[in-house]
Design a protein around this ligand. Structure first.
Ligand SMILES: Cc1ncc(C[n+]2csc(CCOP(=O)(O)OP(=O)(O)O)c2C)c(N)n1
Length: 341
């Protein structure tokens, strides 16, 4: 737990079905990522594949509070955000396999996941702009007088980018309904954040822009769920933006197939594996008596078959037809929209 966690409101009780749902969402992300890592080794994924293994508590805790009409913008490490926002494993795996049944119809691959119908407004291989896109979404939600929120997920590698400064400043000026979630996994590829930041306390930077900033244990799904819930409720009620720094760790290489030595020690990786968010949560649930071990095993078994079926679905899906290469690339208004314009 980090010192600034005193900013987090007192924990309110969560009902059993939500407790189980949080567990299931994390397990869906973990098993899907493990499958994708295997598929990458088999040559089924064309292009990069950055997994979210070790960071599942963050997307899960935040997205549990979001509605389909809230907008999420994410990064190159976006599989977990897509799944937590509601993309089905089969649509995610098919997308990474480049198939027509993928969430971006096979056009995007790992780093360009879109499902606007459920508010996944895009993941991006460019570090930083998701902060500005979420700020823009928040601006439009405010102009439209809705209670919708924009959420940006980004890594520590994005916080010394100008987009961070511009987005947080604008959101604070207009008190926009935006949640800025920094997933501080301590490294940007092979650069340690402590060597790249004059002030490595990201949550503290919120005060410099005039908005609330928190630092959380990002491997504690209940802490993330609690803090994100309060921040999202405040944003919906017109209370403005929040910056949430979640301290976490990626336990696999930066991307599948990349070397994972020379910049961090095996001991450090092992120390973080011992803080695995899913194992920790499982222990908490069973030891507190909130949920029985058999219930969690049933969830594991259900998710295992879900992901296995999703992989078969993706592998058997067709490639996009050549004649459709230009479809789904630009916005295509319907006839009535075109007339209205
Ligand atoms: C604007 C920009 N600069 C550099 C890169 C190259 N790049 C790809 S991933 C990455 C590291 C990102 O680290 P972080 O934001 O902390 O996310 P993480 O990979 O740790 O989840 C970099 C520098 C890029 N994609 N975009």
């Amino acid at each position: 737990m980090c010192a600034q966690e005193s900013n987090v409101p007192a924990v309110t009780p969560i009902d059993r079905s939500t407790l189980l749902d949080l567990y299931r969402r994390m397990v869906v992300i973990r098993r899907t990522e493990e499958q994708l890592a295997k598929s990458h080794q088999q040559g089924l994924i064309h292009g990069a594949c950055h997994t979210y293994v070790g960071e599942e508590a963050i997307a899960t805790g935040v997205c549990a509070h979001l509605r389909p009409d809230d907008a999420v913008f994410s990064t190159h490490r976006g599989h977990g955000h897509a799944l937590a926002k509601g993309v089905a494993p089969r649509e995610l795996i098919a997308e990474l396999f480049g198939r027509a049944t993928g969430c971006s119809r096979g056009r995007g691959g790992s780093m360009h996941l879109f499902a606007p119908e459920i508010g996944l407004m895009g993941t991006s291989g460019i570090v930083g702009p998701c902060i500005l896109q979420a700020t823009g979404a928040g601006y439009s939600f405010k102009l439209l007088k809705t209670d919708r929120v924009g959420v940006a997920f980004f890594g520590d590698g994005a916080v010394n980018n100008g987009a961070f400064h511009e987005g947080l400043n604008l959101a604070a000026i207009y008190r926009l309904p935006v949640i800025f979630v920094c997933e501080n996994n301590q490294y940007a590829t092979e650069i340690a954040f402590k060597d790249a930041a004059g002030n490595p306390n990201v949550g503290e930077r919120g005060a410099a822009y005039g908005l609330s900033g928190l630092v959380l244990d990002g491997n504690d799904v209940l802490a993330v769920h609690q803090a994100a819930g309060a921040a999202i409720a405040r944003a919906r009620a017109g209370g403005g933006p929040t910056l949430i720094e979640c301290r976490t760790y990626r336990t696999r290489a930066h991307a599948e197939g990349m070397r994972d030595t020379g910049y961090r020690s095996p001991e450090e990786v092992e120390q973080w594996k011992a803080k695995d968010p899913i194992a920790r949560y499982r222990t908490h649930l069973t030891e507190s008596g909130a949920v029985r071990g058999e219930e969690l095993e049933a969830v594991e078994a259900e998710v295992q078959s879900l992901v296995a079926e999703a992989e078969v679905f993706a592998r058997n899906s067709p490639w996009p037809a050549g004649a459709t290469a230009c479809d789904h690339v630009y916005y295509e208004p319907t006839v009535s929209q075109a007339v209205a314009h």
